[in-house]
Design a protein around this ligand. Structure first.
Ligand SMILES: *[C@@H]1O[C@H](CO)[C@@H](O)[C@H](O)[C@H]1NC(C)=O
Ligand SMILES: *[C@@H]1O[C@H](CO)[C@@H](O)[C@H](O)[C@H]1NC(C)=O
Ligand SMILES: *[C@@H]1O[C@H](CO)[C@@H](O)[C@H](O)[C@H]1NC(C)=O
Ligand SMILES: *[C@@H]1O[C@H](CO)[C@@H](O)[C@H](O)[C@H]1NC(C)=O
Ligand SMILES: *[C@@H]1O[C@H](CO)[C@@H](O)[C@H](O)[C@H]1NC(C)=O
Ligand SMILES: *[C@@H]1O[C@H](CO)[C@@H](O)[C@H](O)[C@H]1NC(C)=O
Length: 400
């Protein structure tokens, strides 16, 4: 090889270098589209995150993904970090996509995609990892609770990120609790408490604590506790007849509500035992009289108790004589007759009055005209006339 050809070779080399420099300068000025594009990613703990880096126009310059600790994950299609969870999804001149499976909270952070132009261009994507709240637990329930107790139900859920919301429901209807949020590491512990003053209406009521969180898209996590409330019995007597008559069948039912259930109930008559167990049959909570007798008159009492107390109710039985009730009927007829007579006499009086008025029509008209004459205008005339009319009538009525 002679000197001349050597020189030409060198010149070509320099030319090549110059071209490259110019080209890179061109890039600095911005060959349109030659820069990496990324997007932030949000993934639920345990899920898979895809990190995608795109370049619209590229001259085969290499792309690279690195993690928040600045470790290279993939350089082009070459894996750089030993981590089984990280895999290549797609590598081309225009795209580098990798996936991280089984994501943990420690994977969260800023990931960098680098395009090795001169100078290097980067784009940053933030990987957000959502902490899934644990199934909530309800504390503070005493089983059973006593009527009148003050209890505080506390619902706790751990591991949420961002902090979860807790909501309380009393038989499906929302009630307000007091929420408290504590950070523990990267996640949050959320608790909500509900103060209850327990009464008998709370017996069998279901209290549900529900977790609301972005990571729980389909099935919300919830816990339910059913209250069991013990209370002293309350007793009431229900009777089958409004007007018990001799010979009739009567049923008295002792309705007692209490928890634990007060059973059996006790029946007494006028403070003593039931006198005639042939006709007075006690069956469970019921006392039945097969055929009432006047001698059954008296105060019947039923009593129910459980370990929290005793309660009783009374029923005063008054057995009517069916014949006496018939006499009541004639009384009604008598009153009816008297009313009819009074109405008849009143009607007669009105007719007589009407006739009397008709006969004295002249006087009546003059009276009316007199009132009208005194009046300054028509309206007052009518008022005056009417006033006189009423007056005249009263007078005449009085006269009769
Ligand atoms: C990640 O990419 C793979 C391949 O394209 C796809 O099957 C998967 O659904 C993607 N996952 C997510 C979470 O986008
Ligand atoms: C990139 O390289 C491939 C071969 O690896 C080549 O076919 C293609 O033309 C190159 N593209 C550019 C824009 O340089
Ligand atoms: C991506 O996340 C970072 C950090 O949270 C934030 O500063 C940036 O604005 C986000 N970018 C986009 C495009 O949402
Ligand atoms: C939560 O924080 C409060 C004070 O802010 C503290 O009294 C309480 O003990 C904490 N609870 C837990 C479970 O860390
Ligand atoms: C009511 O009881 C009395 C005494 O036990 C009895 O003599 C009488 O026949 C009874 N009356 C009826 C209607 O059963
Ligand atoms: C029972 O009721 C009757 C009326 O039916 C009353 O006259 C009588 O005093 C009562 N008898 C008894 C024994 O209580």
């Amino acid at each position: 090889m002679n000197l001349k050809s050597h020189l030409i070779f060198t010149l070509y080399t320099i030319y090549g270098i110059l071209l490259k420099v110019m080209a890179s300068k061109g890039k600095v000025r911005g060959i349109s589209g030659q820069y990496p594009l990324v997007q932030n990613v949000t993934v639920t703990e345990g899920g898979t995150a895809n990190l995608t880096c795109r370049v619209e126009y590229n001259d085969n310059t290499s792309l690279q993904w690195s993690n928040p600790a600045q470790q290279t994950l993939f350089f082009g299609d070459k894996k750089a970090l030993r981590d089984n969870r990280i895999e290549l999804v797609r590598a081309s001149w225009s795209e580098l996509t990798i996936s991280i499976s089984d994501v943990t909270l420690s994977d969260e952070g800023m990931y960098t995609c680098s395009l090795f132009t001169m100078p290097v261009r980067t784009a940053k994507a933030y990987l957000t990892v959502l902490g899934v709240p644990e199934k909530p637990e309800i504390d503070g329930l005493t089983k059973p609770a006593m009527e009148g107790d003050h209890i505080t139900l506390t619902c706790i859920t751990q591991g949420s990120k961002p902090a979860a919301d807790l909501r309380w429901f009393r038989n499906e209807k929302e009630v307000k609790g007091a929420k408290e949020v504590n950070a523990s590491g990267k996640t949050f512990t959320v608790r909500s408490s509900l103060q209850l003053h327990v009464d008998r209406n709370d017996d069998g009521v279901a209290y549900t604590c529900r977790v609301d969180h972005v990571a729980l898209t389909q099935t919300p996590q919830q816990a339910t506790e059913v209250l069991e409330v013990h209370y002293a019995p309350r007793v009431e007597i229900i009777h089958s007849l409004a007007v018990p008559q001799e010979g009739q069948y009567l049923k008295l039912e002792c309705v007692s509500k209490g928890n634990p259930s007060p059973d059996p109930v006790m029946w007494t008559k006028d403070g003593g035992e039931l006198p005639d167990l042939d006709r007075m049959i006690v069956e469970g909570r019921e006392l039945t009289f097969t055929s009432l007798n006047k001698t059954d008159n008296g105060t019947y009492r039923c009593e129910a108790s459980n370990h929290l107390g005793t309660s009783s109710a009374e029923y005063v039985l008054y057995v009517y004589d069916p014949n006496a009730l018939g006499q009541h009927g004639t009384d009604h007829a008598l009153i009816g007759g008297v009313v009819a007579v009074v109405v008849f006499v009143t009607l007669c009086l009105i007719i007589v009055l009407g006739r009397y008025l008709a006969r004295h029509k002249g006087t009546y008209l003059t009276n009316e005209a007199k009132g009208a004459d005194d009046a300054p205008d028509a309206d007052t005339a009518i008022i005056n006339a009417e006033g006189n009319h009423a007056h005249a009538e009263e007078k005449k009525e009085y006269f009769i």
